[in-house]
Ligand binder design. Structure first.
Ligand code: KIV
Length: 307
């Protein structure tokens, strides 16, 4: 019964998907059927304009973080719309306790690995802490380095009015910009806590104002992190660009999660908004324990596994 329901849902998803994109010449099945290494095959590509069309048509946008070639290849094959090379790489890839230590060189390294894997998804790269807050010239040269050296499609910056000049200058160089408001992890030392943001009227009004400013400046999308669902809904309803939520309720235009959290690789982080689709940490530990036992007991390699 569950299998039947699942195939029914998949069928409907595909029909709906194909319907939604007829006219945009997108076909998720192209990537799914491709040999994983066939980079030469021409496939449709998600652009900022496609995301805009999705908002207009009410098609929700799926976004996940990705930091390396192998995972990004799987995300793209699965048909994800946007891969965010998040500065959460600082936590999940490098083991730091915040996003602050990661550098521009590290982000370019992660982003270029992702870009080499991706055919279809839009690749957005976080500008790391300290590379855009100082002044617009530094912001512009950091964004240009990301685009030139990684081949990504867009950059993401945290903040509103405080960084608006940098956003405008980056946009004027022809680089698409995604905004990020609400619980902006690069400001964790200012917040002092990871609790939900903008519950007070003053902060909520500033967030609404910042989202208007970012949209007016020309950002193609905004991420809203860990804010009340009714505020997420208000911003999404009043903006023409796609609003992507992480802990911002379901009335926004799309959702993003950190890949390692949704796959259950990281287990120490369990905010209410996180849905775990796998418990990979347990599977990996079990697999490695089985391997250790096999090696120690001379079960591996066996006669068929040698030359
Ligand atoms: O770096 C990141 O993973 C992010 C998401 C939480 C949106 O910015």
């Amino acid at each position: 019964m569950i299998r039947f329901l699942r195939s029914f849902v998949c069928f409907n998803f595909r029909t709906k998907f194909e319907k939604a994109y007829s006219g945009l010449s997108l076909d998720i099945t192209i990537n799914a059927l491709q040999p994983m290494t066939a980079k030469s095959v021409t496939v449709s590509k998600i652009t900022t304009h496609v995301l805009q069309e999705m908002k207009l048509k009410g098609e929700k946008i799926s976004m996940l973080t990705g930091y390396d070639f192998s995972m990004a290849r799987l995300l793209d094959k699965a048909g994800i719309d946007v891969i965010l090379v998040g500065d959460s790489a600082s936590n999940v890839m490098a083991g730091f306790s915040s996003t602050l230590p990661i550098t521009l060189d590290h982000m370019i390294y992660h982003a270029s690995s992702v870009v080499r894997a991706v055919h279809r998804a839009l690749v957005v790269v976080d500008m790391p802490f300290g590379t855009y807050q100082g002044n617009w010239k530094e912001a512009l040269s950091s964004a240009i380095r990301i685009m030139k050296e990684s081949g990504a499609d867009a950059v993401k910056l945290e903040g509103g009015v405080e960084i608006i000049e940098s956003v405008e200058r980056i946009l004027s160089a022809g680089i698409p910009v995604m905004g990020h408001l609400g619980l902006t992890p690069q400001s964790i030392h200012k917040f002092g806590t990871y609790v939900v943001r903008a519950t007070e009227e003053k902060e909520a009004r500033k967030l609404v104002e910042d989202s208007r400013l970012l949209e007016k400046a020309g950002c193609f999308s905004i991420v809203l992190e860990k804010i009340p669902a009714r505020l997420g809904e208000e911003v999404a309803r009043n903006s023409k660009i796609p609003i992507i939520g992480i802990g911002a309720g379901k009335e926004v235009d799309g959702q993003v999660l950190v890949l390692h959290d949704m796959l259950g690789i990281t287990m120490e982080f369990s905010p209410r908004f996180l849905r775990r689709y796998m418990n990979l940490s347990e599977d990996i530990v079990t697999a490695v324990q089985n391997y250790i036992v096999d090696v120690k007991t001379l079960d591996f390699p066996n006669d068929r596994e040698r030359y």
